[in-house]
Design a binder for this molecule. Structure first.
Ligand code: FAD
Length: 489
């Protein structure tokens, strides 16, 4: 440690990004402090990935046990199935406590100082921290390097007042305080979809309100269309696309409905109103960067509130020059708003401050939606791959396989699913893989590792997969891919 400073590294915000960066920095021998204003573990552990997966696990079982037809096809009969809402909510809150405790202990065991309070930049080496709104009550600490990892909060469009009861975001929904009979979910991204899975399994009807013309607008088109069939049809879900909720009037749970005004996204004309028991706003996440005082290092957030960074996660000032010693990772920089991306960026930032230049290839970072069945992807969509092929003039290969061709999926009676891969036929480079089907979120890693380590289709197509496993779905894709390489004489 440079004796000039209290620490080698101070991390503002201790979500998964800050935690990942802290662990990696300690491994490099750095003396580290984290400053956390709310809960150690951040969104992911307390209000995101972790509790949502607990709800999905429990509600998924309810759906499974209630699906008499499916069970019968496996030779199983069950009597009536019931569940306890509070029991499911308790499972989620206990899991949060468990994971947050593990995370805190892992930092303490490594000698990371956890300073509770809101952090504010005072310069490139100095952070003031203290109670929310009372930074004067904390202290001032210095470090050679600083990482901003302040994450995000739910984005709520104008005209929508959140009362936390009948109009709410994922922050409230995760507590499962009540189960409305009918909920409108505004936004059909992965958070909205996961909650539709939970709600419909527990008997709540869902209506999606989506501004774009189709649901899951950021996903590969074919996968989104298939998701529409597998995740929506046959469930008490309908959707209104091409409209936005311009005004929402909260109700009273079980007494007075919520009124939603719907406006055509293109013509901007009010087209309808609807009454539902509750509204969940799932229109994305906004960076949480207020009060950071970026001006102290000559920087400012962009129009949407994200901290501008270069590919090494170094903060850029208002002229686009890098601010030495100050980094920003995770949801706060907006490059890829997922938990594992935040910690990967944290590791990358630490590598760079240790003098080993590192750039994370975001096209190798997988994404998953933990619905039943799961949806996952890595790299680009087919639409994007076609665009790249046209622009750069390379031959594009697209291969697909159905889960119906996979023995393990059939043994599980889970043949509904598709995997597809886009690749360059000239070089064998993998451009994108998309999967919908049983355990898609676990299956995607073979493809993401291949992209990260620049393995081509030829490099991996002769690798052997255990039979019968779901991972043979990917094996099938690699084997189908045809690369135009001249055969050696
Ligand atoms: P955060 O986790 O938001 O942590 C930031 C921390 O900084 C917070 O603890 C905050 O209190 C603290 N902080 C903020 N400002 C200050 C300050 N000035 N001083 C001190 N502390 C401060 N991602 C996945 O990869 N997989 C999933 O399955 C998944 N599911 C999700 C489900 C839901 C319902 C939601 C909402 C999100 C989900 N995400 C998921 C996204 C994931 O939670 C985020 O991408 C991830 O938490 C980002 O990590 P982060 O470290 O950047 O920020």
């Amino acid at each position: 440690t440079d004796t000039k400073y209290d620490y080698d590294l101070i991390i503002i915000g201790c979500g998964v990004g800050g935690h990942g960066a802290a662990l990696h920095a300690v491994e490099q021998g750095l003396k580290v402090a984290v400053i956390e204003g709310h809960d150690v573990g951040g969104t992911c552990v307390n209000r995101g990935c972790v509790p949502s997966k607990a709800l999905l696990a429990a509600s998924g079982r309810v759906r499974e046990f209630k699906n008499a037809q499916h069970l019968k096809s496996l030779g199983i009969q069950v009597g009536s199935v019931s569940f306890d809402r509070q029991g499911i909510a308790d499972h989620a809150s206990q899991l949060v406590q468990n994971v947050a405790g593990n995370l805190q202990r892992s930092l303490e065991a490594l000698g990371v100082d956890i300073l509770m309070g809101n952090g504010k930049l005072m310069g490139p080496h100095t952070v003031k921290y203290g109670k929310p709104g009372r930074v004067d009550l904390g202290g001032e600490v210095t470090a050679k390097d600083i990482i901003i990892a302040t994450g995000s909060v739910p984005f709520v469009p104008p005209g929508i007042p959140i009362d936390g009861k009948t109009v709410f975001t994922s922050d409230h929904a995760l507590k499962l305080e009540w189960l409305p009979n009918w909920v409108a979910i505004i936004g059909s991204g992965y958070i909205g979809l996961e909650f539709s899975d939970v709600y419909t399994a527990l008997g709540t009807e869902v209506t999606f309100i989506e501004a774009m013309d189709n649901i899951m607008p950021t996903f590969d088109r074919e996968i989104a269309r298939l998701s529409e069939r597998l995740l929506i049809k046959g469930r008490p879900i309908d959707y209104r696309t091409g409209v936005i909720a311009t005004k929402v009037t909260p109700g009273v749970p079980g007494v007075k409905p919520v009124v939603i005004e719907l406006t055509d996204f293109k013509t901007k004309k009010v087209v309808d109103t609807m009454e539902v028991d509750a509204v969940m706003v799932a229109t994305g996440r906004a960076p949480f960067t207020t009060g950071l005082n970026l001006q102290a290092v000559g920087a400012e957030t962009d129009r949407r509130g994200f901290v501008p960074v270069n590919e090494k996660m170094q903060v850029l000032d208002t002229k686009g020059n890098l601010v030495p010693h100050v980094y920003c990772i995770g949801d706060a920089n907006g490059k890829y708003m997922l938990a594992h991306a935040a910690s990967a960026q944290g590791i990358s930032a630490v590598e760079n401050m240790c003098g080993r230049p590192h750039v994370l290839n975001h096209l190798s970072v997988p994404a998953a939606c933990f619905t039943h069945p799961e949806v996952s992807f890595v790299g680009v969509t087919q639409e994007k791959a076609e665009e790249l092929a046209k622009e750069q003039g390379f031959p594009l290969g697209v291969v697909k396989t159905s889960f119906k061709a996979n023995s393990k999926a059939l043994a599980e009676k889970e043949g509904d699913g598709l995997a597809k891969m886009m690749y360059r036929k000239d070089t064998g480079e993998i451009l994108g893989v998309h999967i919908i089907g049983l355990h898609a979120a676990d299956l995607i890693h073979e493809a993401s590792n291949a992209i990260a380590t620049k393995q081509t289709v030829q490099d991996i197509k002769f690798n052997v997969h255990a039979h019968p496993t779901l991972s043979e779905v990917l094996d099938e894709l690699f084997k189908q891919a045809h690369v135009e390489t001249p055969v050696a004489a």
